[in-house]
Design a protein around this ligand. Structure first.
Ligand code: UDP
Length: 239
């Protein structure tokens, strides 16, 4: 077994990653495929925490633009992330991985509340911890959640798994054939150039807390493992 580069990582999956070809909702086969990849990385001894978005089910901002109260809309989005967390936890459990879901909004019948110390214990015991319900506060995103939780659990890297995009480009590669991919970037460059990796709150938090990001394509089988082994397949963002 090759040497892993990181001992503890936080993997951020967008909600869309769980939707498969349908683009919305949860496709259980897709979740099972991702779970297998995560298990493979976990089997190599890496401590893994997960943050899953909710965009496959609901996004607060567009609902608010259509007239809904923003805070209600955001709470709805946070509940969506819990659905995704439960489905992923089950898919991992079905293949023999111990998991715990911790939510930032208390729902004791469904999941543990987020308690940092307990999350750390779970990781040390080899359980995958899935953080649901975002930060628990409206006006934030699950990107910000992932930077926050990565700092709290002292993850060595935040792995930003993207759908169909293999890193950060100077233009949208789907629209511009001349778009160039960056191998390496600094957080300040990302902020100054307005590069779309995560929202600016999440970028600032990563910069201020010295969190290294690796942006890579989730849709290529084996990529999570490659990143954990230190292969330079995407874009690394650091200070
Ligand atoms: N959300 C929130 N606070 C948080 C995290 C998420 O209000 O701390 C809500 C927000 O409405 C967001 C939705 O949950 O639109 C889904 O999360 P996100 O858009 O980050 O999911 P992703 O795009 O990663 O799938």
């Amino acid at each position: 077994m090759s040497q892993v580069k990181y001992k503890r990582v936080l993997i951020k999956l967008s909600g869309e990653a769980l939707a498969g070809d349908r683009g919305v909702g949860i496709d259980i086969k897709t979740v099972q495929t991702i779970a297998k990849e995560i298990k493979e990385v976990h089997d190599s001894g890496v401590e893994i925490a997960l943050v899953i978005g909710g965009g496959n089910l609901w996004r607060g901002e567009p609902a608010a633009e259509a007239g809904m109260d923003r805070v209600q809309a955001d709470y709805t989005g946070m509940l969506g992330t819990v659905m995704n967390a439960l489905v992923m936890a089950d898919s991992l459990e079905q293949i023999g991985v111990d998991t715990r879901v911790q939510t930032a909004i208390t729902m004791q019948q469904v999941a543990e509340p987020y308690v940092r110390g307990r999350a750390l214990r779970h990781l040390e015991k080899g359980r995958i911890v899935i953080f649901g319900a975002g930060t628990g506060s409206p006006y934030f995103s699950t990107d910000t959640t992932s930077a926050l939780r990565a700092a709290e659990i002292e993850a060595e890297a935040l792995l930003m798994a993207k759908n169909g995009v293999d890193g950060v480009y100077n233009a949208d590669p789907k629209l511009d054939a001349d778009a160039v991919k960056f191998d390496q970037l600094t957080h300040i460059e990302v902020l100054k150039q307005g590069l779309k990796i995560m929202d600016s709150t999440a970028s600032s938090l990563s910069m201020d807390n010295d969190i290294d990001l690796v942006v890579f394509n989730l849709n290529e089988p084996g990529n999570i493992k490659r990143v954990v082994l230190g292969e330079n397949i995407g874009t690394t963002v650091s200070n």
